[in-house]
Design a protein around this ligand. Sequence first.
Ligand code: NAG
Length: 242
Amino acid sequence: MRNTQFALCFILASFFCGAYGAKITFTNKCPYKVWPGTLTSAQKPQLPKTGFELASGQSDSVDVPSPWEGRFWGRTGCSSNSGKFSCATADCGSGQVACNGAGAVPPATLAELHVEANGGQDYYDISNVDGFNVPMSIAPQGGTGDCKPSSCPANINDVCPPELQMKGPDGKVVACKSACVAFNQPKYCCTEEFNSPDKCKPTQYSEIFEKQCPQAYSYAYDDKSSTFTCFKGPNYTITFCP
Ligand SMILES: *[C@@H]1O[C@H](CO)[C@@H](O)[C@H](O)[C@H]1NC(C)=O
């Protein structure tokens, strides 16, 4: 009986078992090039695409299996100097356009996604916990339930206080560190004695991020308004400069 079920499940996988996962479409609405990066969590195999170039106005897509958990971000100001690829913001340090399992060096805006198996509850968010570099949104398409888009459309670089600024070679602010990234203190990182939602509170710094992008995580335990859910296997659109 079990075997029969498995066989049926295998044959009808795409109809009943949700095994095909989700299509993630990246669109770049910024007036400049962005190099998206992808990172699969939990020691699972990386996606076939871990980094690629996206010109202004372009779209490209990546398929993720189900279940899947990981994150996406956008690198800016990238170039190949003496054959080694690197980026002014959110670099992954691989020396190539592909990140090959390396994550973004903060500060970086992140889109985090958990795709549940069998059409169960997906959840997703935009996070400024590691700071901000580029405006970003994630929106499900299809699926049932809440399924609202989550967006951080503001350019936080424009209001970033001096102690959090990361500047490019021309002196322009290219990214904004979170207080955790800038100062590495438990009260900002929600670690040690601050390691719980009732002990780790918003700070003057997290409130700057929260005010600009209320839908995004502004610090590690800011989850009352920042986690979004959707059921029944939606696809996702990730937009830079939504
Ligand atoms: C997701 O995209 C795939 C491929 O384009 C499509 O076949 C499928 O119907 C889409 N799923 C939903 C829930 O819209």
